[in-house]
Ligand binder design. Sequence first.
Ligand code: NAD
Length: 466
Amino acid sequence: MSQETYDLVVIGSGPGGYVAAIRAAQLGMRTACVEKDPTLGGTCLNVGCIPSKALLESSERFAAARLHSAEHGIKISGVELDLPTMLGRKDKVVKQLTGGVAGLFRKHKITWAKGLGKIVAPGKVEVRGETTEVLETKRILIATGSVPATIPGVAFDGDRIGHSTHALSYPAVPEHLIVIGAGVIGLELGSVWARLGAKVTVLEYLPALLPMMDPDVSKVAAKVFAKQGLDIRLGVKVTGATRKGDVVDVTYTAPDGQTQTLPGDRVLVAVGRKPTTEGLGAEAVGVQLDRRGFIQVDAHYATAVPGIWAIGDVIPGPMLAHKAEEEGIAAVEHMAGLPGHVNYDAIPNIIYTHPEIASVGKTEPELKQAGVPFKKGSFPFLANARAKALGETDGLVKILAHAETDRVLGVHIIGPRAGDLIAEAAVAIEFSASAEDIARSVHAHPTLSEVVKEAALDAGGRVINI
Ligand code: NAD
């Protein structure tokens, strides 16, 4: 039994947990972070955001070398895929970053408690690793994240029928990859394997693609993905997946009510994730879960049990690393008596396909439903000089601003580097900027950011370059 008393024990070292631990240490708290996996960084660094972005980059370079170099006057012949090297590079990127978190823990004198954390009582966290110890602490922050969910009739076999973690390390390019769910993971990892040569079919339950995005963006996305060869079937209900040797038969009900069977050699289930609370002991000490298994917290991330807080994927809200980070910081600041705050109206959402899709704030249907009067402006990448030079002209920027005050309410982008361009929009919303503020700010020429400026000019009825 450990004799040390901590000010804070964080359970989980994903972006929510590790960032919270660092902020706590900065504020002078004696901090430990419990992690069950052998490396720090959680889903994002180990099997999520980071390895998927490494593969997205590598596969994009492969596709560009094969398909787009000739138009730049570069003749490349014999372009070949070396998958082991591509996967090895991804693993190296992950190792560097998870090692980086360990370095940050050393710098901030945060104890890395290795093992599975379980709350045995308020103020006591059991860590079951090579040995079992109980950490005594004034406060506990639950940051245990989420795990892949599946649907009835489809069981993960860890091989042919898998989730995103498996799809980051397929030993060979699938001949036919069937993706269940056209959400973020389905589109990102579906794109990776399609670029590497797989036939990819995506089965989506909802009748529309990306319904949470602004419709002008979803429309462009549907066209672009079809052009890239992704076979996205909407309005289908998957009912089962049965393995026969190396083939998996996926059965689904088509929109016309007919039952269809689709054979593939790999199935990626990407139908969402569920909060991780199993074995955590939270409920046993009085922490309340909602109907869907998320931990209930107040506006300061405190649970019903004094001294226990929760943040990130394990509480309601979008499952995004940056949302978890901000909540972790705000929760710890509240613990220290500071005014921590997260502005949920200014959380960017990005899908790292090619082109990227990014949004922040409200969509047009959301504003209509809320009865908020608005005006809109948009501008296509096709009319931007830099996009032309890059050869990346698909997409647009759309800005929604309040009809009377001109305050920016939502920005939606599909196009090259949308994920980077959206930062300006998030800052604009955070600072309650008007569309005119963006329009009057100097944007360097020739850059992609000028598309944001032109969309803002368009909202004011004075677009220049179209
Ligand atoms: P998601 O919620 O983005 O998409 C799941 C999709 O599966 C939805 O479109 C849903 O309608 C569909 N679906 C559900 N049941 C189905 C069924 N029976 N048959 C067919 N389709 C069905 O979930 P995800 O892609 O699994 O990602 C999980 C979480 O991880 C999300 O919250 C996501 O935001 C997060 N994530 C974010 C990023 C990013 O920010 N770039 C990347 C990866 C994952």
